[in-house]
Ligand binder design. Structure first.
Ligand code: HEC
Ligand code: HEC
Length: 419
């Protein structure tokens, strides 16, 4: 009698344990996958790396001045173009166009500025190695702001003398228009270039120093534009904390399936990894040449431009010692893999920044996924991608996942509009 009682009791306990085991919530991710998720999580973003080439990078006054310059359309030949024309806060600092339009039309798609302070290379081809040197390029591009450096230093003297001097010290006297012509700089326009060549080396250096400081102020502002947490980050945080309730509500089943494909069979994570979803390297993914554009060799020409750049980390305008320029010292400057290679963009806020790729070749994420599924031969060099064999449903799941990466900008609202 007692024995049967005991047996029944034990049986019941075993059953109860089994039931608890079966119904106890468990993470759908293995320990290894969980670590991978953690690596993509925004909480894994390290503090901003210092920029030894820009001694003003973390000066709040420089950032404030840079904020003004970023949105000031007077700094263009038409008086209508600022950095903010193409890098619009409402579009996550892009412009919605396949090819950017300033005073003319460029041959590349506008990239976001959010989080790029983490990137060792700027532009699709990485032809700049700092944000301050990057900022100087559109100012002297014939199709972006259209101007040349003497024009900009005259504008600084006219409109921003006090702001400039408070940070960088006294402005030289640029008032003699014979010594400092209205439009002179090492630019495409032959008249402006000839005027530049006619200036004394000392006068050219005085102008260039002020121009460089503009770039350093703009870079200080850009360092404040960081990505904000998205629904994906809420989900990962829940996974890391065993918070079942949030885990089940933050992402839908399809979004989780897309995430699994992204990290697994679709191999997106090979290039789009880390909390910004980019490995900051250069890859040939066989994106077709933009309609009507010349062949784009990407990193193969970008690396040469970088080595010849008068504003690179080794230059006299950089505040870094040579030993600080690790990226440039260990630069991979040759090799077949550079041909037709581009920087994998951050995928944070990607659903808000169509069209896609370096010349806006794809209008939608559906087109992007079709490209990855059937990668074509590259217009130049070797396409690294292999066909994926994803079904229509799997492609839709990956897109659903990409849409969970929209979290916007983590910066005070005042910084996201013209001051
Ligand atoms: C005419 C539109 C236009 C204007 C004006 C413009 N940009 Fe851009 N920006 C672009 C395009 C296009 C690219 C990519 C160009 C390339 O790769 O050759 C880009 C790239 C960048 C990048 C590189 C991001 C990365 O991930 O590598 C930064 C940073 C940037 N711009 C900041 C600025 C700043 C600062 C200004 C103002 C001084 C500015 N831009 C003015 C269109 C513009
Ligand atoms: C071999 C490296 C590599 C792999 C793997 C890879 N990408 Fe990319 N991705 C890139 C590069 C490089 C670019 C920019 C290419 C260009 O513009 O020519 C890019 C661009 C993109 C863009 C457009 C970004 C923009 O701002 O225009 C999206 C979206 C994207 N990738 C998603 C994915 C997805 C989803 C997968 C997996 C199916 C994936 N990538 C796999 C390297 C890669």
């Amino acid at each position: 009698m007692k024995k049967t009682f005991l047996l029944a009791g034990t049986g019941f306990l075993i059953l109860a344990a089994l039931a608890a085991w079966a119904f106890w919530p468990r993470s759908p991710w293995t320990a290894e996958e969980t670590e991978l998720l953690r690596s993509l999580w925004i909480g894994s973003l390290p503090p901003l790396p210092p920029d030894p080439s820009n001694r003003y990078a973390d000066d709040p006054r420089a950032a404030q001045f840079g904020h003004q310059l970023f949105f000031d359309t007077r700094f263009s030949t038409t008086g209508e173009v600022s950095c903010g024309t193409c890098h619009q806060p409402a579009l996550m600092f892009t412009d919605g166009l396949p090819l950017a339009e300033g005073v003319g039309t460029t041959d590349r798609k506008t990239m976001t500025v959010i989080g790029t302070a983490y990137s060792p290379w700027q532009f699709w081809d990485g032809r700049k190695d700092s944000q301050w040197s990057q900022a100087l390029a559109p100012l002297e591009s014939a199709v972006e702001h259209g101007g040349a450096r003497t024009m900009y230093v005259h504008l600084i003297a006219e409109h921003y003398r006090a702001d400039y001097e408070a940070i960088f010290g006294p402005l030289p006297d640029f008032s003699d228009r014979n010594r400092f012509p209205a439009l002179a700089g090492p630019v495409e326009d032959p008249t402006a270039r000839a005027a530049w060549d006619a200036m004394t080396p000392e006068d050219r250096d005085a102008v260039t120093l002020v121009f460089v400081n503009m770039g350093k102020a703009i870079a200080a502002y850009e360092r404040l534009l960081l990505p904000a947490p998205s629904r994906f980050d809420q989900y990962v945080e829940a996974v890391l904390n065993d918070d079942w309730q949030t885990m089940n509500t933050a992402l839908s089943g399809d979004e989780v399936a897309g995430l699994r494909l992204f990290m697994g069979r679709a191999e997106c994570i090979n290039c789009h990894n880390g909390p910004l979803f980019t490995n900051n390297d250069f890859h040939n993914t066989g994106v077709p040449t933009g309609t009507g554009l010349p062949l784009d060799r990407g990193r193969a020409s970008g690396v040469q431009a970088l080595l010849n750049d008068e504003f690179n980390c080794f230059s006299q305008w950089s505040d870094a010692g040579e030993q600080d320029c690790a990226e440039l010292r260990f630069l991979v400057s040759e090799g077949e893999q550079l041909e037709g290679a581009f920087k994998p963009s951050t995928l944070r806020n990607i659903a808000e920044t169509a069209p896609y790729m370096h010349a806006g070749q794809f209008a939608t994420l559906e087109e992007v996924l079709r490209h990855y599924n059937h990668p074509p031969a590259s217009p130049t060099g070797h396409n690294e991608l292999e066909p994926l064999g994803l079904t229509r449903q799997e492609r839709a799941q990956i897109i659903a996942f990409l849409r969970t990466l929209s979290g916007g900008v983590n910066a005070p609202g005042a910084l996201l509009q013209a001051p």
